[in-house]
Design a protein around this ligand. Structure first.
Ligand code: HEC
Length: 106
């Protein structure tokens, strides 16, 4: 009786682990990076402050803008420093995620 209860608990824990790791895998790198953008640009890019909203900008324009900030060819106070932290591939993944969330809650 005692052993079968332990086994059941073990199976439960395993199922929970599987569920947790399954969830972790479904969060893409683009989503993780985009969530850092949202701290300034607002949830899903809808800004509550004077920082511009990015919820309406197509993915390819977000990519071009961030690459220009990174290269220093577009003036910025913050974005230039921020954009240099990401590879071009990461910028594309974040931009695609942001664009996929647009018009949410509108
Ligand atoms: C620390 C705050 C902060 C973070 C984090 C941040 N931004 Fe920005 N972003 C700004 C500010 C401020 C501007 C206005 C330009 C400037 O002065 O740097 C801006 C401008 C932009 C613009 C141009 C908007 C326009 O109207 O043309 C885009 C696109 C953009 N950010 C995308 C991103 C993305 C994508 C991320 C995440 C990788 C991100 N930002 C993270 C503060 C931030």
């Amino acid at each position: 009786m005692k052993i079968s209860r332990l086994t059941a608990a073990g199976a439960g824990a395993l199922a929970l682990l599987a569920a947790v790791s399954g969830q972790a895998q479904s969060i893409s790198r683009g989503e993780v990076i985009a969530s850092t953008c949202y701290t300034c640009h607002g949830t899903h890019g809808v800004s509550p402050s004077t920082i511009p909203s990015i919820d309406y900008i197509p993915a390819n324009r977000i990519v071009d803008t961030l690459k220009a900030y990174k290269a220093g060819t577009r003036y910025s106070t913050i974005m230039g420093r921020h954009a240099t932290a990401y590879t071009d591939e990461e910028i594309v993944e974040a931009a695609n995620h942001i664009a996929s969330q647009q018009k949410r809650g509108k």
